[in-house]
Design a protein around this ligand. Sequence first.
Ligand code: ADP
Ligand code: ASP
Ligand code: MG
Length: 594
Amino acid sequence: MSLIVQKFGGTSVADVEKIRAAARKAIRAQRQGHRVVMVVSAMGKNTDRLLELASDVSENPPAREMDMLLSTGEQVSVALVAMAIEALGSQAISLTGGQIGMQTDSSFSKARIKSISTERIERLLDEGNIVVAAGFQGIDNDLNITTLGRGGSDTTAVALAAVLKADACEIYTDVDGVYTTDPRLLPEARRVDVISYDEMLELASLGASVMHNRSIEFAKKFGVPIHVRSSFSDTEGTMIVAEQESATASVCGAALTPDEARLTVLGVPDVPGKSLEIFAAIAEEKIAVDMVVQNVGDGGKADISFTVQRADLQATLTALQPVVESIGAAGITQDDQVSKISVVGANMVSQPGVASEMFRALAAADVNIQMITTSEIKISALVARDQSSLALRAVHEAFKLHEKPDDSKSWSQIKADRDGVEMQTLVSRLRDDALEALTLTGISVLDDQARVTLSGVPDRPGIAAEVFEKIGAAGISVDMIVQGVDGNEHTTSISFTVDNDQLNQSLSVAKTLVESYGLRGTSGEPGIAKVTVSGIGLRSHTHVATLLFETLAASEINVEMISTSELQVNAVIKSESADQAKQGLEKVFAASLR
Ligand code: ADP
Ligand code: ASP
Ligand code: MG
């Protein structure tokens, strides 16, 4: 008998009528012959209300008590949903995270799932129940209640679908699918029929809050197809699967992380191991760092900039205070009025010019770019917070995201193509004790690269666009791009990598730009290599970047540039150290490599 997991988000159980509607959906599925597991979130804005209550009582509530409190929201709704099902004449039973055997680690408020015991759920399903499980919560080894992080009920649902080997995982929410960007921010956003795990994972981690990013890690690892659809209608929504909607469109979606903070550690001695200390201290607090840009300035001192979510700013500063002193850095600057705009697309890796198109769109909207980072699947730009909506609209429009790509495939076409083909999943055997453990797929080196840096780039719109258009027009293909603060208040520096044999040509283009824009200068370095650690969920597994830095520092290898995505962490180093770096990393990550 087939098994369906149906997840209902907060707005989908916000009042009695909606609870009844959710109950009816589950009953209907059961009557159609499925075994049904529901995963339910706290009603409406209940979690927010509980958070407010806590902050009224205490300025700094203990993390354990916070999870104890927040978990009650889901406990209310599962009981009510089960009652509604009974009242409508079917059989149901509600279960807390502990009762479904959802074992997690003890990182309160961002706990990771270790294991789920399925026996009790299966027995209750066999007895004819609709099982109504509380989302977002688990228990640690010591029976403390933990929560998975805001939006975590999606992760509960997909994890349950994975361990129960469900035939379908339906996410019922207040939108009728995944859009090219948040339709609340941009009404012209388009609903997509299909989106790939990789693209959704990246979008979710860059701000598309429709799915909790960690739920997509589960889906990809275990090959769970997810159907995101509306609670309020029966229309088909979006399928999140291994395949992409289009094989040609360079960008599939845009996302905005509105509340970011930029930190710059100034005057860091440019010797191996210093950046490690900075990022290790932050990772220790499980704070995810993004957009890392390091600029080597005069006198062998580097300025290291990165972004964290604004909510993590204070904790980051606290973690950094002692480190700044111990490494002899000059100080920290910060800006908490910034937002991150990103475009995502699995096809961009094979298409030149995507970055310059994005920068041109921002320039045309008169938006200044403060930082840039790119990876194989996304380009992110940091902009002033009050320009973020403008920036999102400009980018969405530039990539024509409101239009369906000509070669777009529907889910039914993809399903037909799948017919008879054995689907590969990343994980064939469930590791019972470490469901959310880090999964790496490879460590590789791209050699024969060169770095080009433009320094003293004035802080005004349009320069990045001009740089990469000129470079593109010269037939030079650029791999990694970073832009960031360069120690001077009104200038930034832009670095990028190209093939070694295109270095001279890149430098001559760069020289023309130095003259026409009055930049401070340009420099190039041949003989560098990019070392890549690939896997899934690399940004939220904060220790990956730390381990990478640690391994390189132990061999006295300096990291010149870094870029991260959910799928890769890349470090640019000198070619001569590439083999040593690869071997070191293979050893360190051996247990996580598959
Ligand atoms: P739930 O309570 O059901 O989990 P959420 O509020 O977490 O619902 O997620 C749904 C919301 O996600 C939508 O109302 C929408 O505003 C927002 N959202 C952000 N990005 C996207 C996107 N790319 N596509 C669809 N919705 C998005
Ligand atoms: N109730 C939790 C939250 O509001 C979990 C969830 O809804 O997914 O974040
Ligand atoms: Mg949600």
